[in-house]
Design a binder for this molecule. Structure first.
Ligand code: FAD
Length: 476
């Protein structure tokens, strides 16, 4: 057994992109190590694997979304089933503790996966030292290890705004927003993106008066316009989220137990006072402390590591994956890249179809899509036809007491190939997988129309939408 620390692959960063790259590389017989800094250390100061996603992102946010959704159902929807739950109340510390337990279980699980797949875990911050005899030297904590390949998977951090100091007590970013221990009476959110909408939804359901301030003039501009319109209607009218678009922030002043926000909109100067403020204005790539400059690792104008279609950087045998490279900042996109790089390193062919990466917003109703939106196709002059089916026409949705939203399938007008699928409705996050598989296999809408779907299921709405593309839906 080799005692010196020499590896085939060293992965810097143990988030979804990095830990998956490490596991796949090791599965392919490469001697692989993965390092992780103290950013998400456990109470004893030990670095925790899992990155943003497991520690302060995807997983804890979905845990809180589920808890708050159950509360909302108990408080407002049980009654239609004849279930009486008169005194529904929420114990926020228990909800937060459940979330924390889930995170702990999953991050510990990754350590076990590393053992199972023989990935060496090296706790500590990693940075480039340089290249010696065609091999890279990487400093991890106080030790220098040698490796043929380096995969940079250092992820991203919350973007903060100048003049708005995040103290995680009154003014929070995503980390603080997942640890609020009592329902704030008034909650402000800066940013109506995915994170702002998800966090705003959690606390709105639990009783907060939520105001979201967004600089962009359009709501959910990346989503299909029909979906964005429907979401706007549901969030602002049915759910009472106050969303102000096209605002310009002027001043944010923390007080003793409240925050005052001055902003401007069409109607002039506005003042908003809240008990807590969440700043959710995007993420910045983590390249500080990598010694990237000294070794000449090229970054783009937004500070992301420049990569080609195989995630190769400008340096030999240095690869980069996940949030630190261009593309959607989504865990599953990073994991795909991690697998691809490990396979390319081991001599296999790797490829990512960026057109079939699904997008999901875990509000209620959920929003999910894959492929092109209607407005993108119009702008590109691609001829298309569409089929749209409301969940109101779906027996299962009716039985579940939740018929909001629709499924929209867009296919090429001549070839009938599915170009995009857009879902707003309950379980959209799960339903979108069928559309992803269909598009990955280059399916036409007729392929889906001729595929038998179980009855009664929500997935029949996707079937009917595919039928509707050819104007032959059977139940609408
Ligand atoms: P990260 O997860 O950020 O991991 C990078 C890791 O590298 C970190 O642990 C960091 O500590 C470590 N690191 C950095 N520099 C060094 C260094 N020099 N040495 C050693 N270690 C280092 N995505 C989804 O797909 N679905 C969701 O539902 C979803 N929800 C989200 C909710 C929130 C609130 C947030 C903030 C994000 C969410 N995301 C979601 C995005 C998702 O978390 C990221 O896309 C994903 O974590 C990116 O993975 P990554 O491995 O590239 O980076």
């Amino acid at each position: 057994k080799k005692m010196s620390k020499e590896f085939d692959v060293v992965v810097i960063g143990g988030g979804p992109a990095g830990y998956v790259a490490a596991i796949r590389a090791s599965q392919l017989g490469l001697n692989t190590a993965c390092c992780e800094s103290e950013a998400y250390a456990d109470p004893k100061g030990e670095p925790r694997l899992g990155g943003t996603c497991l520690n302060v992102g995807c997983i804890p946010s979905k845990a809180l979304l589920h808890s708050s959704e159950l509360y909302d159902q108990a408080a407002h929807s049980f009654v239609m089933h004849g279930i009486k739950a008169d005194k529904v109340s929420i114990d926020v510390p228990t909800m937060i503790q459940r979330k924390t337990n889930i995170v702990t279980q999953l991050v510990t699980g990754i350590k076990s996966l590393f053992k199972k797949y023989k990935v060496t875990f090296l706790p500590g911050h990693g940075s480039f030292v340089g290249q010696v005899d065609g091999k890279w030297q990487v400093k991890i904590a106080d030790e220098v290890v040698t490796t043929k390949h380096v995969i940079v998977a250092t992820g991203s951090s919350a973007r903060h705004l100048p003049g708005i100091a995040v103290d995680q007590k009154l003014i929070l970013d995503n980390a603080g927003a997942l640890d609020i221990n009592a329902v704030p009476k008034r909650l402000g959110v800066i940013g109506a993106g995915v994170i702002g909408l998800e966090m705003g939804s959690v606390w709105k359901r639990l009783g907060s008066d939520v105001t979201i301030l967004e600089a962009a003039p359009d709501f959910l501009a990346a989503a299909d316009s029909a979906v964005a319109k429907e979401a706007w209607k549901i969030f602002t009218t049915k759910q009472g989220l106050k969303i102000n678009l096209g605002i310009q922030l002027k001043e944010v002043t923390p007080g003793k137990d409240s925050v005052t926000i001055k902003y401007e909109n069409d109607e002039g100067e506005q003042t908003l006072e809240v008990d807590k403020l969440i700043v959710a204005v995007g993420r910045v790539p983590n390249t500080n402390g990598l010694n990237a400059n000294a070794v000449g690792l090229a970054l783009d104008e937004r500070g992301r590591i420049k990569v080609d279609e195989h995630c190769a950087t400008n340096l030999p045998n240095v690869w980069a994956v996940g949030d630190v490279v261009p593309g959607p900042m989504l865990a599953h996109k990073g994991m795909e890249e991690g697998v691809m790089v490990a396979e390319v390193i081991s001599g296999q062919a790797g490829h990512i179809n960026h057109n079939t990466i699904p997008w999901v917003i875990y509000t209620h109703p959920e929003i999910a899509w894959v492929g092109k939106t209607e407005q993108e196709l119009k702008a590109a002059n691609v001829p298309f036809k569409e089929g749209k089916i409301p969940f109101l026409a779906n027996g299962r949705a009716l039985g579940q007491g939740d018929t909001t939203g629709f499924v929209k399938v867009i296919a090429h007008a001549e070839t009938d190939e599915i170009l995009g699928a857009h879902i707003i409705g309950t379980n959209a996050s799960e339903l979108i997988a069928e559309a992803v598989v269909a598009m990955e296999f280059g399916a036409s809408s007729e392929d889906i129309a001729r595929t038998c779907h179980a009855h009664p299921t929500l997935s029949e709405a996707f079937h009917e939408a595919a039928l509707a593309v050819d104007k032959r839906s059977l139940h609408f």
